[in-house]
Design a protein around this ligand. Structure first.
Ligand SMILES: Nc1ncnc2c1ncn2[C@@H]1O[C@H](COP(=O)(O)OP(=O)(O)OP(=O)(O)O)[C@@H](O)[C@H]1O
Length: 652
């Protein structure tokens, strides 16, 4: 009989979800082991061949690093060989992969004019990029001053709507830019009338045509709509998908948007694929990005899915679970009795609010405290996380300096988190590590394994594997000198390109189809080179460790912290200006607060500073917390202590 892997004990409902042959959705709070449940289920399905060879499991997450972490967990639980049949992607990568492979199968009117297209990250750039192009046509004098350009841009941007694909002035008058861009992916394709508004439909259609046909540029939402359309129009492609994947996992299901749900439904509804979705209503923090409030109900109805609830919290200490229960009641009205795991004592867990006169005092004290913990509690920097609601640059610059004074490294993850999660980045960092430290065992195994896959070498063909190892060893030796001579980011890029040439760029792209888009591939190599060079301090090995996050305190937004966990979390700036939209999105911000609180295993500190440099150009602003008073009320109700006296903090 199959038993959970790696000595994990699963509560009854979790075990039922792991071995279920029905569509299920698991609703559970933070730290309940939802992600672990997916990893265990993957092991179960692969080890028992319930996921029948050669079919695979498709897991879909929101963030690149979440997809990567899940794949790593599965590989750890059931080994590399079986782990290859676990395909872990983000929603965006799944949709883009379909479009990139099958774009030719789209009906003519929605076909791309060429196979490569740029991805528009922000909706607002749908129009403003075009505005720039058009405006340059008007502004032929290169010497026009910058301020004039910024001013004109606003005006031109509005004008652009009328010139944009010949949209007439009536449309321009009737619909602002915002209305148009937010309507682009609202409907499934082909476009019909939007709320019977024929003119709006016409305008949206024209913008679609321009973005598809004239130097193609698409948002991920548009990519999802196109993928959904092409699957709907091509039953054979859908059949291929169904034959490839027998089981589908959906992580963080509470944040699924209607567009994403439509795509999944079109791909796999009424098939023999079995779904497992996991999520937590209280961690729904993507409403602003279109998360569908009814997604659990839709899923239950459409897929006749069975609901399972978990009651454990394996992550957090009991005192923190108590505080979370108070928030849970406020967010969902539920009174649930969550149990902690038995590694904790009843009194374990600490939550405090630290109050400061200004942000400099805050940085100074927080850095000292962290230095104390690292020294006295034997903690590693990566056991600690600094969270902010938004703009890590504004909220953490001073703190990074103060930590640096204690020799503690910290970094803003928003610049690196996604990049480091890229396969390409991992491959290059592994090879660079081997160049400087040929005995790095883990990296050696990873690179040899990659070469075996790229060169189609049987995993048991020891002779050929030896040859590959020799080839790798010969390749690495001269590169150390090349790196030591480097004096610019461009030169790093050249060396990286040489490494990739040696592996075989086309072969790599076949193995990782996400890199078939050449623009994206080149952009990635450039970003990796820039980050390596910008963080180079004279010692390449140290630079590599920094990029990998070794001995570095991560600083990130709450959104980036989803799914992650740390011994200690310090949330900087529990203040009105950080939660600037609290009145309008009270529910979502309260959920965000809940996510922040629940990332900590043992200790969570919230800071409040009376003065902070949050104004434009770093202008000092007085801070308040009356608007987010309900968050303070909850903490007070949970008995969380306010600390104002830091006299005895030494840090040394
Ligand atoms: N059955 C289990 N026994 C012991 N530890 C577990 C078990 N399941 C999960 N854990 C541990 O608990 C922690 C939280 O697990 P996991 O990340 O899977 O939770 P989650 O429900 O996905 O959390 P969140 O929604 O807050 O991101 C991890 O450190 C994981 O290794």
């Amino acid at each position: 009989m199959w038993k959970p892997v790696d000595g994990f004990d699963l509560e009854e409902a979790a075990m039922n979800a792991v071995i279920s042959d029905k569509n299920t959705y698991v609703v559970a709070g933070p730290g309940a082991g939802k992600t672990e449940l997916l990893a265990q289920r993957a092991s179960y399905l692969l080890e028992t061949n319930r996921c029948r060879y050669p079919r695979k499991i498709l897991a879909i997450s929101f963030k690149k690093d979440a997809a990567k972490n899940l794949a790593a967990r599965v590989e750890k639980r059931c080994g590399k060989e079986l782990g290859r049949r676990f395909v872990s992607l983000t929603y965006d990568a799944f949709a883009k992969g379909l479009l990139d492979r099958f774009y030719r199968a789209l009906p003519k009117i929605y076909q791309l004019s060429c196979p490569t297209y740029d991805v528009i990250i922000s909706n607002k750039d749908i129009i403003s990029n075009q505005a720039e192009i058009n405006s340059f046509r008007f502004l032929t004098l290169p010497l026009i001053l910058m301020w004039a350009w910024i001013f004109l841009r606003e005006v031109i941007s509005a004008q652009c709507l009328s010139t944009f694909g010949g949209i007439n002035s009536e449309l321009e008058h009737r619909y602002g830019e915002r209305c148009l861009v937010s309507s682009m992916a609202v409907q499934k394709l082909p476009l019909g009338t939007l709320n019977d508004d024929r003119l709006l439909w016409k305008a949206v259609f024209q913008v679609w045509q321009i973005l598809l046909k004239e130097s193609p540029r698409l948002t991920f939402q548009m990519i999802s709509r196109l993928s959904e359309y092409l699957i709907r129009c091509n039953p054979l492609i859908r059949q291929c998908l169904i034959l490839t994947y027998s089981h589908i996992f959906l992580d963080e299901f509470q944040d699924t948007t209607t567009i994403q749900y439509d795509l999944i439904k079109t791909c796999f509804h009424d098939s023999d694929c079995t779904f497992t979705a996991v999520g937590d209503y209280k961690q729904r923090i993507m409403l602003w990005a279109g998360a569908d409030r009814d997604v659990f109900d839709k899923f239950e109805t459409d897929f006749r899915a069975i609901k399972l609830q978990l009651i454990m919290n394996y992550r957090c200490a009991p005192k923190l679970i108590q505080i979370q229960s108070i928030l849970t009641k406020k967010i969902s009205g539920e009174i649930v009795n969550i149990s902690s795991c038995d590694k904790w004592r009843e009194e374990d867990g600490l939550c405090q609010i630290w109050n400061f006169d200004d942000y400099k005092q805050e940085s100074d004290i927080v850095a000292k405290k962290i230095a104390c913990w690292i020294k006295n509690e034997n903690m590693k920097p990566q056991d600690i996380c600094i969270l902010v609601k938004q703009r890590p640059d504004k909220y953490s610059t001073q703190l990074i300096k103060s930590l640096g004074d204690f020799g503690i490294k910290s970094r803003n993850e928003s610049l690196l988190q996604d990049l480091v999660a890229e396969e390409l980045c991992k491959i290059l960092l592994d090879i660079m590590t081997l160049i400087f430290f040929p005995k790095a065992g883990k990296e050696w195994i990873e690179v040899v394994d990659l070469l075996k896959r790229v060169r189609f070498i049987d995993f048991q063909d020891n002779e050929k594997i030896k040859l590959i190892e020799q080839e790798l060893s010969n390749f690495l030796t001269p590169y150390k000198q090349d790196f030591l001579r480097i004096s610019s980011s461009e030169e790093v890029e050249d060396v990286l390109a040489n490494i990739l040439n040696w592996i075989g760029q086309e072969e790599l792209k076949n193995l990782f189809p996400q890199y078939k888009n050449n623009n994206y591939y080149k952009h990635l190599i450039k970003s990796i080179a820039d980050h390596l060079w910008n963080n180079f301090t004279g010692d390449w090995m140290k630079t590599l460790e920094f990029i990998k996050g070794k001995d570095v305190i991560p600083i990130m937004t709450i959104h980036k912290s989803k799914g992650l966990e740390y011994d200690t979390v310090i949330f900087v700036g529990l203040e009105d200006s950080a939660f600037w939209n609290f009145k309008k999105q009270n529910e979502e911000d309260t959920c965000a607060f809940f996510v922040a609180l629940s990332r900590a295993k043992r200790r969570v500190i919230f800071t409040f500073s009376k003065i902070r440099n949050t104004g434009r150009y770093g202008v000092l602003c007085c801070q308040d917390h009356s608007t987010i008073g309900s968050l303070y009320d909850m903490l007070e109700k949970a008995g969380v202590k306010n600390v104002t006296d830091f006299q005895n903090v030494s840090g040394r």
